[in-house]
Design a protein around this ligand. Structure first.
Ligand code: SD4
Length: 311
């Protein structure tokens, strides 16, 4: 299901994004530089660039990228309109890391709040806790002025009813992860998702887990992923990629090594997809993927859709 939708979105983006197949890895000394997962990352990075143009920083940019996907009901794997869990409830996960302050915030399995990334940012800025989950995350959000609303769109409800009627459900998924370096060289990363559709209520994926779905050390760089979260959690994938970059691997080499490790560990398991983007503090970037993958790349305000480096 989600593969078809990706292809559809990729097709419609032709007018706004020049398609390129050559940049599984690259380097840019031009700033700002941003990367975001999947074709919907193009729209998200366009919005993030507007924020940077108005004087926003890397944290503002990665938040805006996430918000753009969260607000889009057509993006059925993130925020409002995201596909629900087994009980027909939309539960959202999101996290954000600010490289400049070193702070981070995360919410998981949160219901009825459209923009979990902004709640995660509030958690980060409150600087008391890092993770808030479930009802606790929601009460924190309400206390900070976020509005409670029904996130299950009629289209997502229809999809849910159809899945329930089937023997075998389609666990569609597509997270938006964004890495940004602003004109000052400061870095941030965000990740937001409704997770694997038809998941068990309370299931938390990699996207809000610091070190699994995202990680950033401003002395090295950052990484962010998409795909079946359990496979990223069991290898601490984002942290591992950053640590390999610290040891001298390029972003591409580091991402490939960890994706190969994931693949090896899961030999014999049914096919799954997982992909990571990595951005080093000097502007070099790379990615690696198990399964189909494409991503948005933005350098000095110009955004393109790139093919993933599929192993
Ligand atoms: C999760 N990693 O909840 C998320 C889903 C995802 O592309 O990224 N899908 O496991």
């Amino acid at each position: 299901m989600h593969v078809d939708r990706r292809h559809f979105i990729a097709g419609t983006l032709g007018a706004v994004a020049a398609q390129s197949t050559m940049t599984a890895q690259g380097a840019s000394n031009k700033k700002p530089i941003m990367l975001a997962t999947w074709p919907f990352g193009v729209t998200a990075l366009t919005a993030a660039n507007e924020v940077l143009d108005k004087g926003g920083n890397a944290v503002d940019a990665v938040e805006q990228s996430a918000i753009t996907a969260e607000n889009d009901p057509e993006t059925t794997s993130v925020g409002y309109g995201g596909y629900p869990n087994e009980n027909g409830v939309v539960q959202l996960d999101a996290a954000i890391i600010d490289g400049k302050s070193g702070q981070m915030g995360s919410v998981a399995a949160m219901e009825n709040i459209r923009n979990p990334i902004s709640v995660a940012r509030k958690v980060m800025e409150a600087n008391r806790h890092i993770y808030l989950v479930g009802d606790g995350a929601k009460s924190f959000a309400l206390k900070h002025g976020f509005k409670e609303e029904n996130l299950l769109t009629p289209q997502a409800l229809e999809w849910y009813i159809a899945q329930k009627a089937k023997q075998k459900v389609d666990p569609g998924h597509d997270t938006i992860g964004t890495l940004a370096m602003d004109k000052n060289g400061d870095m941030a990363v965000s990740c937001t998702t409704s997770g694997v559709a038809m998941k068990w209520a309370g299931r938390v994926g990699d996207s809000p887990i610091i070190g699994a779905g995202l990680y950033l050390d401003p002395e090295v760089g950052g990484a962010v992923g998409t795909g079946v979260g359990e496979r990223a959690i069991e290898t601490c994938a984002a942290f591992a990629i950053v640590e390999l970059m610290r040891q001298g691997r390029t972003p591409k080499e580091a991402s490939e090594e960890i994706m190969k490790r994931v693949a090896k560990r899961n030999e014999g398991k049914p096919p799954f997809s997982l992909a990571f983007l990595a951005l080093r503090k000097d502007g070099e970037y790379g990615n690696a993927a198990i399964g189909s993958f494409s991503y948005a790349l933005s350098i000095a305000g110009k955004t393109t859709l790139e093919q993933g480096n599929i192993l």
